[in-house]
Design a protein around this ligand. Structure first.
Ligand SMILES: NC(=O)c1ccc[n+]([C@@H]2O[C@H](COP(=O)([O-])OP(=O)(O)OC[C@H]3O[C@@H](n4cnc5c(N)ncnc54)[C@H](O)[C@@H]3O)[C@@H](O)[C@H]2O)c1
Length: 429
């Protein structure tokens, strides 16, 4: 084995991890089935935004510690084979382990004693033991003794990879006697504090980290809907809950989604002893686009969206990222189009955004702040939106980006409550 680590699946999780291994001096290979990813990395280009990544890519290419390839068989050149493959959920509320199965099948003929398979993807409880059993059944290894299998979940938030990789505790759940110890080796090289546990505890810790967040955000989202029902202000109610109260902690509302939160709960729900609870959490978060649409519609003259221009600001699933996967902005736009509204979208980070802020907002009858980008957190932007939009345009700001403590309001009225910016005018495109 002439390499230390192979990372199979160099997407949003795998590529930063491969860069971190290579930058720590480990001889690393990154492997992906997508030709465009392999060639971008070979050309020294990041295929997506991750702060700090491009500089590290340049450095590891100069050092010669990172190779890339499209062939899974090449992974067998490394002792540690880290799988950072996608694990979507079927609509049956069941994990789809298809990418993992396919890579294991490609690897089977190449595995030798001493190899260590690390599952870095988010997986349903029992998946690590399934993988270990699959390798034992098909190749006759004894996992934990002559071949090693562990789950080492990724808990880093996108956009914070290089800040968190060496500071977050690294959970390692190894199968059998020695898998945990062997799997921890490359992660220890990154400076992370390793915490050993069982495979199923590692799996549960990861999925419940995300279930906790998904549920915590569903509560203010549900409260936002209830406040609308009673004519109450959700931001005031949340302030009343939290202010000077030691057992507060209610989060703020928003368009809660993204590729992880929207599916990781299904890995628990698929065998839940209390089925339905997490589905209800999901339904609350999934209802936010419709709630916003209805709120805007009710406030428009005549209560109709047909033929009205609606600007959707923000396509990414969360602030200051270009990641649009599983963003609720697209659901909102589909729902608006089904009301025959004229949708105009803008996102300063997005690869699929075509309109400028001015084009999207000009003469709009309604504006929805769908993503909490820092770009909007400037009173001057609110002023500009109010100036460009139609008279009486309705603004929906569920994230409270503009700090006006109003989920819905008239853009001009809200802009009037903030001080007029000193010249020069804001430079938002
Ligand atoms: N994105 C996040 O912020 C995040 C955070 C924590 C955990 N996770 C988990 O990490 C895992 C990966 O997520 P991601 O966002 O990086 O997904 P991704 O889709 O960006 O990356 C997966 C990569 O695997 C590649 N791939 C698929 N099948 C392959 C095959 N047969 N051979 C070679 N390459 C193959 C794909 O081309 C893709 O580039 C998932 O389980 C996810 O739930 C993601």
């Amino acid at each position: 084995m002439d390499l230390d680590v192979a990372v199979v699946g160099i997407g949003r999780v795998g590529l930063p991890l491969a860069l971190a291994f290579a930058d720590s001096g480990l001889r690393t290979i990154g492997i992906d089935a997508k030709e465009e990813i392999v060639s971008a990395v070979q050309d020294g280009r990041m295929p997506f935004d991750e702060p700090g990544a491009e500089e590290i890519l340049g450095r590891v290419q100069a050092n010669g510690t990172l190779e890339v390839s499209g062939s899974v068989a090449e992974a067998a050149r490394a002792r540690h084979i880290v799988l950072t493959l996608g694990t979507p959920s079927f609509s049956h509320i069941e994990i789809d382990v298809g990418q993992i199965r396919s890579v294991l099948d490609d690897l089977l003929p190449h595995l030798r004693e001493g190899h260590c398979i690390v599952l870095r993807s988010t997986i349903a409880p029992g998946t690590t033991e399934f993988v270990a059993g699959y390798l034992e059944m098909h190749r006759g290894f004894t996992v934990g003794t002559d071949l090693f299998v562990a789950h080492v979940p990724e808990r880093i938030a996108a956009s914070r990879f290089f800040a968190e990789i060496s500071t977050l505790p690294c959970i390692v759940g190894g199968v059998g006697e020695r898998s945990g110890e062997v799997a921890a080796e490359p992660f220890a090289a990154l400076g992370a504090r390793v915490v050993h546990t069982t495979p199923v505890e590692a799996e549960l810790a990861k999925i419940w980290t995300n279930i906790l967040r998904y549920t915590m955000f569903a509560l203010p989202n549900r409260l936002m809907m209830e406040c609308e029902q009673y004519g109450a202000n959700v931001f005031e109610v949340i302030d009343l809950i939290n202010r000077d109260y030691p057992r507060g902690g209610m989060k703020l509302p928003g368009m809660t989604a993204g590729t992880c939160l929207r599916k990781d709960f299904t890995f628990s729900e698929e065998r839940s002893p209390a089925p339905g609870m997490l589905l209800a959490v999901s339904r609350v978060n999934e209802s936010v686009p419709l709630f916003l649409l209805d709120g805007v519609k009710r406030r428009l003259p005549g209560g109709k969206l047909r033929g009205r221009k609606v600007a959707v600001l923000g396509l990414a699933f969360k602030g200051d990222t270009d990641d649009e996967r599983d963003s609720l902005s697209f659901k909102l736009m589909r729902l608006l189009e089904r009301e025959l509204a004229l949708v105009a979208a803008h996102d300063p980070h997005s690869p699929s955004s075509t309109l400028t802020l001015a084009e999207a907002v000009a003469d709009a009858d309604a504006i929805v702040l769908a993503t909490n980008h820092s770009a909007w957190k400037d009173p001057a932007v609110l002023r500009r939106i109010a100036d460009l939009a139609s008279d009486g345009a309705v603004l929906a700001d569920p994230w409270n980006c503009f700090g006006q403590d109003a989920v819905f309001g008239e853009a001009e009225t809200l802009a009037g409550q903030v001080e007029r910016p000193e010249a020069p005018a804001p430079t938002v495109a």
